[in-house]
Design a protein around this ligand. Structure first.
Ligand SMILES: [Zn+2]
Ligand SMILES: [Zn+2]
Length: 328
């Protein structure tokens, strides 16, 4: 599959008619309806096929594996937002692998290529790949969300992730990938079975905290590639269509402040405005205090202000103090 020439750096949001009904329907079909189906099943299953144990295991394994992706695969391995000791590095590699999004080296290679060619020819998963008409963007949203994973063209690891390939510890984690996948699926079942001391407890935990949790983490991660390159706000200058989507900030652990992330890719915090929730940044701060990570690249307020499209929004940036006018 080849990218269309219509996709160029001159494609800007104001030229596009995207807030139409068709777009919203597309989003509904791919993301909201499957989630609603799950929510609708909860009262039916409650007390029988769903218990508090399942809910707690679901939340726990969701948090653990999503952290592996956002803090591990993304902010650390791809962008080097902080430095970590060997044990922390291996722990992040294992929890990230438990999300079943493939090997670290392929994930990092695809994502670095995404940043390099963001929304232009060469981007592995741009929703603008097929053009800018509503129909083309609907097709592009599906491609960016999941379709690209089935495309044979892969980002070469030698070119895009040589540092990851050369790391012997990460090589070992890759070798153990099948066992990590099995553990990610079976651990919730084992815990559910032991806590409730029943086979039904093992089975329901396997479904909710194993299968469903993996699907949820997948969809939220993919939403950053699809939704956060089409909808939402663009307060920062970036040469692509990346956007900030507030309602995804909690489930994505802060990754949906994606416009800032493309404007300042190595920053350990993506939610840089006051009040923007970024759970990954909070956890990185905790890890820094516990001396598990060091040399964290926290965003510098003055630098962030310099990237604003509208400079009058400077007061919204965390930690920014306007220079005092000494002339008056
Ligand atoms: Zn992006
Ligand atoms: Zn990134």
């Amino acid at each position: 599959m080849t990218a269309t020439p219509e996709l160029t750096s001159t494609t800007r949001p104001e030229e596009l008619q995207l807030q139409g009904v068709g777009m919203r329907v597309t989003i509904g079909v791919f993301i909201v309806i499957p989630l609603l189906a799950v929510v609708a099943a909860i009262p039916v299953a409650w007390g029988g096929w769903l218990s508090w144990v399942d809910v707690l295991l679901l939340v726990g394994f969701y948090a653990l594996t999503a952290i592996g992706i956002t803090i591990g695969y993304h902010r650390y391995f791809t962008h080097g937002s902080f430095k970590a000791g060997r044990a922390t590095k291996i722990a992040l590699a294992i929890t990230g692998s438990m999300a079943l999004q493939g090997s670290i080296r392929q994930w990092v290679a695809d994502h670095r290529k995404h940043h390099k060619y963001s929304d232009e020819v060469g981007d592995p998963h741009s929703p603008w790949r097929f053009g800018t008409t509503p129909r083309a963007v609907a097709k592009g949203l599906y491609y960016a969300h999941v379709g690209w994973l089935f495309d044979e063209q892969q980002s070469t690891i030698e070119k895009w992730a040589p540092d990851i390939k050369a790391d012997k510890d990460l090589e070992a984690v890759s070798r153990w990938f099948p066992a990590i996948v099995a553990a990610s699926l079976l651990l919730p079942a084992v815990l559910g079975g032991l806590i409730t001391w029943s086979w039904v407890g093992a089975l329901t935990a396997f479904f909710w905290a194993g299968l469903l949790r993996i699907a949820l983490v997948h969809h939220i991660t993919w939403s950053i590639n699809s939704i956060c390159h089409v909808f939402g706000k663009r307060p920062f200058n970036s040469r692509d269509m990346s956007s900030n989507v507030w309602w995804l900030s909690v489930p994505s652990l802060g990754e949906s402040w994606h416009n800032l992330h493309h404007a300042e890719p190595t920053a350990a915090r993506h939610g840089v405005f006051k009040g923007q929730i970024d759970p990954s940044a909070v956890i990185i701060r905790g890890m820094e205090r516990a001396r598990l990570v060091h040399d964290v690249r926290w965003p510098k307020p003055e630098r962030i202000v310099g990237k604003l499209v509208d400079p009058s929004m400077a007061h919204r940036v965390r930690g920014y103090r306007a220079p005092v006018d000494t002339a008056s």
